[in-house]
Design a protein around this ligand. Structure first.
Ligand code: IMP
Length: 445
């Protein structure tokens, strides 16, 4: 039975949530396997906009189970805020949301560490530009083990003592970390009371999700894995150190969820029709100019979580080819194609020149990537609105040619194109096995 994976192939914000939402009706379980409240998904359906961060987009479909696995780092007030927001809008979570007892919990000390680290490193231009959601510090404690607290630990009798001990360690650490950046010492008793309250509210959702997913597979349930961030932010395979602290590429699915790789049999790679990046780190095709501003305005390229303006540039096929191979991608979905509609010509980066040498492989070292000069191929634009189109064959000839060319240079076929935020503004190629039944009839018509 299928385990379908939706993976962002760039630096995040590829609009994966929209594709997950569309594919949900063909699956029984939607699984979030990495990252935390650093991610933001926007799903527009029936004229309603939902902004989700930790909860999988599958929650909008009542017949589907949404599972947050142990690879995720969980900020209790964030997820409770999301649950409350959904319930207020009539979306039920009580029966269809499950959170792993193995998930590591974000505490106020993680947020403070993230903030202090960024404040200190930004003084010498070395900041990663994190979302300051405590992601890196929480994963660091997970790997370090001694000061880590998992969701299941919130229900143990020694919770208060553990919080007091970690808070004392962190209070001793902060002055060293802060340098001359002001910080607030932790009040352990306040944290104990807060987290006991969160634990009580989260209890109905907490479960052994690994066991649940393995059983689901044995019962032929169809699983949909929802990636967070993009593969270029993968801690092992991305543009280190300008990455997030989890395996955000396809390689993280098994470790994050406990589902063996042999069940992951279809991978959809999500790319924007151009490139964006938030935070620091090299971005070879960046356009820090009027074109970049045009893409930002037209694509509303401002972070869902932090509202930071995103850096914008041309489509980088060297990077996407690398991440498509890394994540075992079968087909591509090109998002925000309509953002390019006004441009007379469009560039695709097909190679880099690094220190006078032309390369088509993605460099493993960030210093080499910093030196990379993009080699562009220029294709004509279509200069007509496409937001109202629903059939592949109705797309302008130059738009089809652009999608085909992206598929050629990345090495995977483009079978889905998104021309606007709504579910309905999604065009499936007739070869695409994922076209929803309603849309498939349109294709065949
Ligand atoms: P962190 O995940 O908050 O530690 O941030 C590390 C890097 O990943 C920063 O450059 C962030 O801007 C970036 N990042 C983290 N989450 C996202 C996301 O969902 N979209 C885009 N960039 C992200």
């Amino acid at each position: 039975m299928p385990g379908t994976c939706v993976i962002g192939l760039q630096w995040g914000d590829e609009a994966k949530g929209k594709i997950v939402d569309l594919l949900t009706e063909q699956h029984d379980v939607v699984v979030r396997y990495a990252g935390g409240a650093n991610a933001g998904h926007t799903v527009v359906t029936g004229g309603q906009t939902y902004k989700l961060s930790l909860i999988p987009s599958g929650i909008l479909n009542p017949g589907v189970k949404s599972v947050i696995t142990g690879g995720v780092v969980l900020n209790p007030p964030s997820i409770l805020g999301e649950i409350d927001g959904l319930v207020q809008r009539g979306v039920q979570c009580s029966d269809n949301l499950m959170i792993s007892d193995r998930a590591h919990v974000i505490f106020p000390w993680h947020l403070e560490e993230d903030r202090l680290n960024e404040a200190r490193t930004s003084k010498n231009g070395e900041a990663i530009g994190t979302t300051q959601r405590g992601i890196g510090p929480c994963y660091r404690d997970k790997v370090g083990r001694t000061n880590a607290i998992r969701l299941g630990d919130l229900y143990r009798a020694n919770l208060a003592d553990r919080i007091r001990k970690v808070a004392a360690d962190k209070n001793a650490l902060f002055p060293l970390l802060a340098g001359d950046v002001p910080f607030t010492a932790l009040d352990a008793e306040k944290i104990v009371a807060e987290y006991q309250g969160y634990a009580a509210r989260l209890k109905p959702f907490v479960a052994d999700t690994t066991e649940y997913l393995l059983n689901a597979l044995e019962n032929n349930k169809r699983l949909l894995f929802e990636g967070a961030q993009g593969a270029l932010l993968d801690v092992d395979h991305g543009t280190f150190p300008y990455v997030t602290s989890s395996n955000s590429s396809g390689v993280g699915i098994s470790s994050g969820s406990g589902v063996p790789g042999r069940y992951l049999n279809k991978v959809i790679g999500i790319v924007k029709a151009y490139g964006t990046r938030v935070g620091g780190g090299p971005f070879p095709t960046e356009q820090d100019n009027d074109l970049g501003q045009h893409l930002r305005d037209r694509g509303n390229e401002y972070g869902t979580v932090t509202r930071r303006p995103r850096r914008c540039g041309w489509f980088d096929a060297v990077a996407a080819r690398y991440t498509a191979r890394l994540s075992g991608v079968d087909l591509l979905s090109v998002m925000l194609l309509d953002v390019l509609s006004e441009l007379p010509e469009i560039k695709i980066c097909t190679a880099y020149e690094i220190n006078g040498k032309r390369v088509t492989n993605f460099p493993s070292q960030v210093d080499d990537l910093r030196e990379a000069k993009p080699v562009y191929e220029t294709v004509p634009g279509w200069q007509t609105e496409i937001t109202g189109l629903t059939r592949w064959q109705d797309l302008p000839k130059n738009a089809i040619a652009y999608l085909r060319r992206i598929g050629e240079v990345v090495g995977r076929p483009v079978q889905i194109a998104s021309v606007g935020p709504d579910r309905a503004q999604t065009i499936f190629h007739s070869d695409c096995e994922f076209a929803p039944r309603s849309i498939r009839t349109t294709i065949l018509a």
